[in-house]
Ligand binder design. Structure first.
Ligand code: AMP
Length: 459
């Protein structure tokens, strides 16, 4: 296991990493950081949630030159929200820099004139943004990237899907020829290959396991909705503690509206953000959210992409998102910086497979239940499945025995059941071995008979 120490990052980054609460590098960080430090171009096939943002930010910041007041690094990402997330992560590191670097975030929908004026005075050292706005600023001859030697294309497949690759290509043409390019993408679709071929001679292509990490500041709870009214449950969870700001994600607009209406009816002051709202209405709600008029927000995924909120202490997934990538984005809304956060995912028995898929990607849940109005840790769902499987395989004579364990039992009873089960397993193993031995014996006898018959005929 690699440690952050072994990665040989600049000394000033150690307290920044400690501040984030990261104890050891994730798989993508352990593989990519040394390559970036060596100046290699990398195509990293990795998912959101793998820790890839820090896989490029840490080595790039480690090598920034505070003395050069020029653009040294450009990072593009397809959505404003992702750009805001990367910028926030970069600013967190920057707080620890001996001489803080100038980091600018350029995305659509922001004040371009202000950016032009600012650029006329001073060039930033790190540029983070969406391809369209970055290209606009370059074309306006305001942003000068001709000295930058490092270019990161984050979420390259999404960039291609959203039709931004041409703009990225045009940006790439403005860099000097000895460019170090870092491309991160969950998949490497055909459409991306000509671009990669054009700019990368001998890139190191790293396929990183899709292991997902959730920020250590986030408690990731899983709660079954079996036999419960979901509206009531969400209300109960929202009002149990005192969340600073709670964000409830619904899978559809209809569900968001329904939940919003229910919560309003219960007397909560809740904001509703979904893609169906008129832009004016949405802007107004966003303003009110920012000025802390609301403590609760119900939102859909797409609507939430464009909003960057600080201080979210609780995220509730009313349903498991249809696109599992969204799960990481949703949960990532809380536990930002050093703030602690809780994410509660509600699931119905029919969604068990989706939970299992998230777990396969490395997401670890703490199973919870509500008892007497309080949230308590409960047993793992899988444990119950193991138990079921085991029970089904048990000898029928033992089934009654196991059932009885649910009742109050005499001391030593559980032990006896356990030993009975073990004994049953031992007997079964023995039987199986005997069966195998008999089968082998029969095969040997058959072979023997055949040989004898052959010899007889031969004579
Ligand atoms: P990303 O894939 O970059 O979006 O990161 C997903 C989440 O993992 C973010 O919340 C990060 O703060 C967190 N993270 C990144 N690196 C580490 C690490 N080495 N240890 C623990 N958490 C991490």
């Amino acid at each position: 296991m690699t440690t952050f120490n072994e990665l040989k990052l600049a000394d000033w980054l150690a307290p920044a990493i400690a501040d984030l609460g990261f104890e050891e590098p994730t798989a993508v960080q352990a593989r990519v950081i040394p390559l970036v430090l060596k100046g290699k171009s990398v195509v990293g096939q990795s998912q959101t949630g793998s820790g890839k943002t820090h896989a490029f930010l840490l080595p790039l910041f480690s090598q920034l030159d505070p003395a050069k007041q020029e653009v040294q690094v450009v990072i593009t990402t397809p959505s404003r929200e992702l750009a805001a997330q990367i910028a926030a992560a970069a600013k967190q590191l920057n707080r620890f820099a001996p001489t803080p670097f100038t980091i600018h975030n350029y995305v659509g929908g922001t004040d371009k004139q202000h950016q032009l004026d600012q650029l006329a005075r001073k060039q930033p050292q790190v540029v983070i943004g969406t391809p369209g706005r970055i290209l606009d600023l370059i074309k306006a001859q305001a942003l000068d990237i001709h000295l930058a030697t490092r270019f990161v294309i984050d979420e390259a497949d999404m960039t291609l899907d959203m039709g931004f690759l041409t703009q990225v290509d045009q940006i790439a043409a403005h860099f000097p020829s000895d460019l170090q390019m870092l491309v991160f993408s969950a998949t490497i679709p055909q459409g991306l290959r000509p671009f990669l071929k054009k700019y990368l001679e001998n890139p190191v292509v790293e396929e990183i396991p899709t292991e997902t990490v959730i920020n250590p500041n986030v408690e990731n709870w899983l709660l079954s909705t079996k036999g419960r009214d979901k509206n009531e449950l969400v209300y109960q969870l929202l009002t149990m503690g005192e969340p600073f700001l709670a964000l409830v994600f619904a899978n559809t607009r209809e569900r968001a509206e329904q939940l919003h209406a229910y919560l309003l009816n219960q007397g909560l002051k809740v904001a509703l953000v979904h893609g169906g709202l008129a832009p004016r209405e949405r802007r107004k709600t966003m303003r009110q959210i920012r000025s802390m008029d609301y403590q609760y927000i119900v939102a859909t995924d797409l609507a939430a992409r464009g909003i960057d909120l600080t201080g979210v202490s609780l995220v509730i997934n009313d349903d498991i998102p249809t696109d599992l990538e969204y799960f990481v984005h949703r949960v990532g809304r809380t536990g930002r910086g050093k703030l602690k956060g809780t994410a509660i995912t509600l699931y119905a028995p029919a969604e068990d497979d989706l939970v299992a898929k998230l777990e396969e990607r490395g997401i670890k849940f703490i199973p919870k239940t509500i008892k007497n109005g309080r949230v308590e840790t409960t047993y793992d769902r899988n444990r119950r499945q193991h138990y079921r499987r085991r029970k089904a395989a048990l000898d029928p004579s033992l089934k009654g025995f196991v059932k009885k364990t649910k009742k109050t039992v005499k001391p030593g009873y559980k032990k006896r059941i356990k030993s009975k089960i073990k004994e049953d397993e031992r007997q079964k193993a023995k039987q199986e071995l005997r069966h195998k031995q008999r089968k082998a014996k029969r095969a040997r006898q058959k072979q023997h008979r055949l040989e004898r018959a052959r010899q007889k005929n031969g004579r």
